[in-house]
Design a protein around this ligand. Structure first.
Ligand SMILES: Nc1ncnc2c1ncn2[C@@H]1O[C@H](COP(=O)(O)OP(=O)(O)OP(=O)(O)O)[C@@H](O)[C@H]1O
Ligand SMILES: [Mg+2]
Length: 304
């Protein structure tokens, strides 16, 4: 049994509905998540993130392909899912029970009841002071925290989080980020998280797969993906002439006083030469790393 690869997807597809109601939600996705990583699954609304996570958890079946957790098929060998804790969209709790009671019910169902462990988890997710109130009075963020406590209660090796910062305020988002990094770095867990928030993935994840319309369009180490994408910001005058002379050669965006040119580092001199040759005055040239946001808009826009 392989413990080095936490999640492996082989040509997984999922189509909902029939005939004219057919929705190809996930299309031939393959990916591997190495144990110990924080892996981001990044995509806009409707990209297929939740659908993929539900298939990993064997909550729905793929239309084609196979999904493995620690080398075992999640459907035919689903006891392996005992090693997984998940926070999936719309986690359901008993509204008339308190947060603590809900965790107790879960723990008893899973046969791992331990009052001290429940208290520790409530403390860790920052819910201790609200633990003895009914869940129906919880805010979205509090429910999200309770969901996280529920996911971690049985001390899983692999933690799957579907949009973990949904409904959290800025302070809660920051806490969640630290929490997720600690899960990997201090507790040695593997984390697979989905998000449509680029900053989140950029700050927390080691690797990322970018998914759009059910397909993975990029995959790799976050820093590498971004390093490949840099741009030149040129302060030039007149801006409209600068834009006109560069546009046939490179992707250019004009701003008020500057233009942004998407080029590799070794093409920077050619950009400047072109400008000078067309009598554009160049006042400043600087290189900027593209943010994951720009990168994401570019790849999802271009390939959709
Ligand atoms: N049970 C279902 N029946 C029909 N279509 C579905 C079902 N579940 C999901 N879909 C469709 O599959 C596509 C992918 O949905 P999914 O929920 O996986 O996206 P997502 O990436 O999680 O989006 P979000 O960021 O909004 O949560 C969407 O077009 C959605 O409408
Ligand atoms: Mg979703």
């Amino acid at each position: 049994m392989s413990d080095t690869i936490a999640i492996r997807l082989e040509d997984v597809s999922k189509t909902f509905g029939r005939r004219k109601y057919r929705v190809p939600a996930v299309r031939e996705i393959s990916l591997s998540v190495a144990a110990g990583q924080v892996y981001g699954f990044l995509g806009p609304n409707g990209a297929g993130k939740t659908t993929t996570i539900r298939m990993i958890m064997d909550l729905i079946r793929p239309s084609a392909g196979a999904l493995f957790v620690y080398g075992r098929n999640v459907h035919s060998d689903h006891t392996v899912l005992q090693r997984v804790g998940a926070l999936v969209e719309g986690a359901a709790f008993y509204p008339f029970l308190t947060g603590r009671k809900n965790l107790e019910v879960l723990a008893r169902t899973g046969n791992h009841y331990d009052a001290a462990r429940i208290q520790t988890m409530l403390d860790q997710v920052g819910l201790a002071d609200r633990a003895d109130r009914q869940v129906k009075g919880y805010s979205t963020g509090m429910k999200q925290r309770l969901g996280l406590a529920a996911a971690l209660l049985h001390d899983p090796d692999l933690v799957i989080l579907d949009e973990p910062t949904n409904g959290l305020d800025p302070a809660g988002i920051q806490e969640m980020r630290t929490f997720i990094r600690d899960l990997a770095q201090k507790q040695g867990k593997t984390v697979f998280l989905s998000s449509h928030l680029l900053g989140e993935v950029e700050q927390v994840c080691d690797r990322v797969a970018i998914i759009n319309k059910g397909q993975i369009i990029r995959e790799g180490i976050v820093a590498d993906l971004l390093a490949a994408q840099t741009q030149l910001v040129v302060e030039a005058e007149p801006v409209d002439r600068a834009t006109a002379v560069l546009t046939p050669h490179w992707p250019v965006t004009a701003n008020e006083k500057t233009i942004t040119v998407l080029v590799a580092r070794d093409e920077a001199p050619a950009v400047v030469q072109t400008l000078v040759a067309h009598e554009v005055a160049v006042y400043q040239v600087r290189r900027e790393r593209q943010s994951l946001e720009q990168f994401f808009l570019e790849v999802t826009g271009r390939e959709s």
